[in-house]
Design a protein around this ligand. Structure first.
Ligand code: UD1
Ligand code: UDP
Length: 381
């Protein structure tokens, strides 16, 4: 039996962790014991607990309750808490997801005391180090012992940074193993889409018809904290909703909620909040979210996970960032990089509105990424 400590903290990590916990429970119960540690980076009910309840993830064994703070303070407190747990629990490995401060803290804490790091969603790069996530993912990859990458682009990025791709044994932090395994989020979308059909009641609250609305999410600090960018994005959304008479549903991240009244001009803020076609809600549960994604005509987002889910559900996506680490989505013609440019957002909306002939070829694996990862961990540790 091997013991792993899994670190979650931000919403998408809790969701991603569901896939591996499910694989362990279904197939590796006698080979892997999992200790789930929540850093407390996200803490509102609908940013955290709702996912444990809905996705049947085991409750966290430990919650560090770190909460919000500046990058340095938040990460430092997490490192302190995680290091203590690793000393106490003595796992064979620590499992880290994605690119948040919780990921970085886990990577630093574990690698310094020689606990092997398993990084899921390794190798992704935006090539933009002004994003905190880019720093987090590079640092984590370079102290990992096993790197599981969801895409071919991830594999190429790692190779370009000097990782050897074909090592087959004796893995260590100095000789890491790199595996292309598909995306655990795709596993989840396949698994939960059927459940969402019967268990999501979102359309009782949001009165619109399938394929007649746009789903939008905005939360990147680069967009929320720069007034001119937030203004351009919401101007575009307002224009699409008004001129084109399209409903827009926006489950708003708490960060954006706080910045909306502060950073939008009062006149745009008023137009947005009074526009009957724009529905701003609290963050929704995962089952509601994938139901909304599945039935949207188009998706507008700066989220990493939502870009991919748009692709899983064969929806065109407007990407509110200057670049994306999910380059395959753009290469397939399913996504358009719009940055925070009002004109580009409107033009991309018009293009996709009248031409949705996109080939959604399978670039995120076969829906069994978590099983692959669990099997490799059992073989290796
Ligand atoms: C974090 C990740 C980002 C990820 C996102 C997922 C980092 C650096 N960023 O960004 O990569 O895409 O999570 O959603 O790790 N807040 C609440 N309630 C909560 C959580 C946050 O009100 O439950 C508010 C607080 O004002 C907080 C702000 O949101 O200061 C930002 O939260 P934080 O976790 O620091 O970063 P995110 O923007 O959520
Ligand atoms: N999500 C959700 N409810 C919401 C918004 C997003 O369940 O109101 C899910 C979404 O389906 C995806 C994940 O949260 O699985 C993406 O997280 P987020 O956009 O916060 O972070 P990112 O992926 O950009 O790191």
């Amino acid at each position: 039996m091997i013991k792993i400590v899994t670190i979650v903290g931000a919403r998408p990590q809790i969701i991603k962790a569901a896939a591996l916990s499910r694989a362990i429970n279904d197939q590796f119960k006698n080979q892997i014991s999992e200790v789930i540690v929540h850093t407390g980076q996200h803490y509102d009910h609908n940013m955290s607990q709702v996912f444990f309840d809905e996705l049947r993830i085991p409750q966290p064994d430990i919650n560090l309750n770190i909460g919000s703070a500046s990058h340095g303070i938040q990460t430092a407190k997490m490192i302190q808490g995680i290091e203590k747990i690793l000393h106490e629990r003595k796992p064979n490995a620590i499992v880290l997801y994605g690119d948040t401060n919780s990921t970085l803290a886990g990577a630093i804490a574990a690698s310094k005391i020689h606990v092997p790091v398993v990084h899921i969603e390794a190798g992704l790069r935006s090539f933009n180090k002004s994003m905190p996530e880019e720093i987090n993912r590079i640092m984590c990859d370079h102290v990992s012992t096993l790197l599981f990458t969801p895409t071919k682009a991830g594999l190429t990025n790692l190779q370009n940074e000097g990782f050897e791709l074909h090592r087959s044994k004796s893995y260590s932090v100095d000789h890491p193993g790199v595996f292309h395994c598909g995306d655990v989020m795709y596993d989840n979308s396949l698994y939960f889409a059927r459940i969402a059909e019967t268990q999501s009641a979102i359309f009782n609250h949001f009165k619109t018809k399938p394929n007649q609305y746009i789903l939008a999410t905005i939360h990147r600090d680069h967009n929320t904290d720069q007034p001119e960018r937030l203004e351009a994005i919401f101007e575009a959304i307002h224009q699409i909703a008004t001129s084109d008479e399209v409903d827009v549903f926006i489950p708003l991240h708490p960060r954006t909620k706080k910045m909306l009244s502060k950073n939008l001009t009062p006149s745009l803020y008023q137009k947005i909040t009074e526009n009957k076609r724009i529905m701003i809600s609290k963050p929704v549960s995962f089952l509601d979210m994938i139901n909304l994604e599945k039935n949207a005509s188009m998706i507008i987002t700066d989220s990493g996970g939502v870009q991919k889910e748009a692709y899983f559900f064969h929806k065109p996506v407007l990407i509110l960032r200057p670049q994306t680490e999910w380059v395959e989505i753009v290469e397939q013609g399913a996504g358009k990089i719009c940055d925070a440019d009002q004109q580009k957002i409107i033009e991309a909306f018009q293009t996709f509105r009248y031409d949705q002939k996109i080939n959604f070829s399978p670039i995120f694996g076969d829906g069994k990424a978590a099983e692959f990862i669990a099997r490799k961990m059992v073989e290796i540790f």
